[in-house]
Design a protein around this ligand. Structure first.
Ligand code: CO
Length: 140
């Protein structure tokens, strides 16, 4: 059911420092500006790679869902993996039917790429937080 690996989410206490790492040390040449996703409580930017992206995320605001993660991983770390799906509601229902826990209300939210996303709890996913993202229609 899952399609392309869209991105790997990496949490960081400082996007600016993480951008410098990916650009200056790892040599990434295409990195977006950061922007605020108020509803998700994160700052976000993307490191564009030939076959995928790294999504850098930094806490935004006091209620950011990243605060707990960074308390356990102060230097930051790999946070989630995002796969594309054709139909987000079908994917959500299938996850639930198979016993996986969809986070929050289960209603998809608009993700960083402007399409709907859900997150599936790592306890049902071998310890990995999984983001499922509806494939952008312009890619078809
Ligand atoms: Co993501």
């Amino acid at each position: 059911m899952i399609g392309k690996l869209n991105h790997v989410g990496v949490a960081t206490p400082s996007i600016d420092a993480a951008v410098a790492l990916y650009r200056d040390v790892l040599g990434a040449t295409s990195i977006t500006e950061k922007w605020a996703m108020e509803e998700q409580g994160v700052w976000v930017c993307f490191v564009n790679l030939p076959n995928s992206q790294i999504e850098l995320i930094e806490p935004l605001g006091d209620n950011s869902p990243l605060k707990g993660f960074l308390a356990k991983n102060p230097a930051g770390g790999q946070h989630h993996v995002c796969f594309e799906v054709e139909d987000i509601l079908a994917a959500r229902d299938e996850m639930r039917a198979k016993g996986a826990t969809v986070l929050g209300t289960g209603e998809p939210r608009i993700g960083a790429h402007g399409t709907q996303v859900i997150f599936v709890h790592p306890k049902d996913m071998g310890g990995v937080l999984i983001e499922l993202m509806e494939t952008p229609k312009e890619n078809h």
